[in-house]
Design a protein around this ligand. Structure first.
Ligand code: NAP
Length: 505
């Protein structure tokens, strides 16, 4: 493990408004497309730094909770403005650190801009209800109350967008924050935090803290810290389950956004060219590393052969490479572990008797010497008719999708619903009846109907999943419910003691 140096690449934690080095080791963030490039070195923090950050957030809370909500919102509006100005720089950094192509990185930054503006807008709509009482000279109202210190734990696949989905509403609601970003994208996280400071948070030390490091070493102590009131986590279902158990035993509020095994249904009435393009984007956008990626394509048997032929042709023609280069459609996997996981799943697929239609392996050095220093895997299409196979049930999180036939709409919906996850589903059809039945019967937090696949969420709608994808919360429209608690207030101006349910029987 690296020791701290004076290198300009060396970064720090943000605790109580100060950039602080960690007591222990450092870790590197490297470009997954070209691992010789070090993006930065970051403190490998632990319990000590986590605790310091929580205590700073706790100390900052009494003042921050009293800042008027529109004033908190103004910081978010300013952050959005600054991100617009710095968009190119942020985009470039993201592609170098995370690997997705420039267009997609730009989209990630745009999503954070949208989220900051959307949540900032909520700052002037921070409504409760006022209502009558059943008793005379008495009325009732509700207010949103902040909760205290929020621990926010995020993955690497949307390195600025996902932090914005949590940090913006957590702050708007009046909580103070300890942010633990993914160890694979710490530089992007820091860039976003610096923007929030510049937008005005620098005047409130301790309101936003960031601690870098590994999940079990930083995330776990944060989740378990007695002064953390609320945990918001996006990541794998395995880690989410551990967090749920830790929070439940301490009666903390927790929101979990986790894995997916999303299906796009292609009906026999679909425009096949459009279906091929939509499914390609759903399966291979962000190298299949989206929680909403279409890792299952359920195709009506009447169009199965034609769809498969065209889809495989399109996939084989995918331009794979370093996302910084113009025209690149698909970049690398995030790290060696992710690449090895996909290679393991290819063996599982072979063992299950799955038919490989294209891809199925990393690029060899002789084939693509330019990719030899990155974690690249060929976009892969499998023909896997049995929906119960492991590759049709488990999240791989890479550029792999499996095609399954369906006899009719009912069969397709049964297959789509037959997984432990429930994030996103899609149906490509021109038939309104198919669309309406799919809207009603697909078991997922999000359903796309018409001409799109399972990706493409917008910030002003609820985002989240059913079954093992989530625990019932929704981000985006719904985020204020995660990051605040309702208080019910009764105001009795009768001048006497009145008893509800008793005085007016
Ligand atoms: P992950 O391994 O679960 O990690 C997510 C975050 O949790 C990282 O910051 C990680 O730290 C941290 N962590 C790991 N172990 C922890 C522990 N014991 N206690 C507390 N925190 C811990 O997931 P990932 O590989 O980064 O992301 C991919 C997964 O995220 C996929 O399953 C994907 O579907 C899911 N995802 C879901 C959504 C959604 O909205 N539903 C969106 C995006 C991604 P490190 O950085 O050290 O690993």
């Amino acid at each position: 493990m690296l020791q701290p140096s004076k290198s300009p690449l060396r970064h720090s934690n943000l605790i109580n408004g100060e950039w602080m080095s960690a007591a222990g080791d450092y870790f590197e963030s490297r470009n997954p497309a070209h691992t010789d490039e070090v993006i930065g070195i970051f403190p490998r923090s632990g319990t000590y730094e986590s605790s310091d950050a929580v205590l700073a957030a706790k100390a900052a809370y009494p003042k921050w909770r009293l800042v008027p909500v529109p004033a908190r919102a103004a910081i978010l509006f300013k952050a959005a403005e600054l991100m617009r100005t710095d968009k190119e720089q942020l985009t470039n950094l993201m592609t170098r650190e995370m690997g997705k192509n420039l267009d997609e990185s730009k989209g990630d930054v745009q999503e954070a801009i949208d989220m900051c503006e959307f949540i900032a807008g909520e700052g002037r709509r921070f409504y409760g209800v006022t209502t009558t009482s059943e008793l005379p000279n008495k009325h009732a109202e509700t207010r949103r109350m902040p909760m205290g210190v929020a621990a926010l734990i995020t993955p690497w696949n949307f390195p600025i967008a996902i932090p914005s989905w949590k940090i913006a509403p957590a702050l708007l609601c009046g909580n103070t924050v300890v942010f633990k970003p993914a160890e694979d994208t710490p530089a992007c996280a820091e860039a976003f935090v610096r923007i929030l400071l510049e937008a005005g948070l620098d005047k409130y030390p301790g309101v936003l803290n960031m601690v870098h490091g590994y999940g079990p070493e930083v995330g776990e102590p944060l989740v378990n810290h007695p002064d953390v009131a609320l945990v918001s986590f996006t990541g794998s279902s395995e880690v989410g389950k551990m967090i749920a158990m830790q929070c439940a035993s301490k009666f903390k509020k927790y929101s979990l956004e986790m894995g997916g095994k999303n299906a796009t249904i292609v009906m026999d009435d679909a425009d096949l060219e459009l279906a091929v393009n939509a499914c390609w984007w759903g399966a291979f956008g962000t190298c299949g590393q989206r929680c909403t990626a279409s890792s299952r394509l359920i195709v009506h048997e009447k169009v199965l052969d034609e769809f498969t032929k065209r889809f495989v042709e399109r996939t084989a023609a995918t331009r794979v490479g370093n996302g910084l280069e113009p025209g690149i459609e698909v970049g690398p996997l995030i790290n060696k572990r992710a690449l090895e996981k996909i290679i393991r799943y290819m063996q599982i697929a072979r063992d299950e008797g799955v038919h490989l239609l294209c891809g199925g392996e990393p690029y060899s050095r002789s084939e693509r010497p330019d990719l030899a220093k990155g974690y690249f895997f060929k976009p892969t299409v499998l023909s896997a008719p049995d929906s119960k196979m492991r590759i049709n049930q488990e999240e791989m999180f890479g550029p792999v999708t499996a095609i399954m036939p369906a006899k009719d709409l009912e069969d397709a919906i049964r297959i789509a619903n037959g997984v432990p996850y429930g994030l996103s589903t899609a149906i490509i059809t021109q038939n309104i009846r198919n669309g309406e039945i799919a809207k009603r019967d697909l078991e997922s937090g999000i359903t796309y109907v018409g001409s799109c696949s399972t990706t493409g969420a917008e910030v002003h709608l609820p985002f989240g999943g059913t079954k093992q994808t989530g625990n019932g919360h929704r981000e985006g429209l719904g985020a204020l419910d995660i990051f605040s608690e309702q208080k019910t207030i009764y105001v009795d101006f009768s001048g006497k003691m009145q008893r509800a349910q008793i005085d007016n029987q």
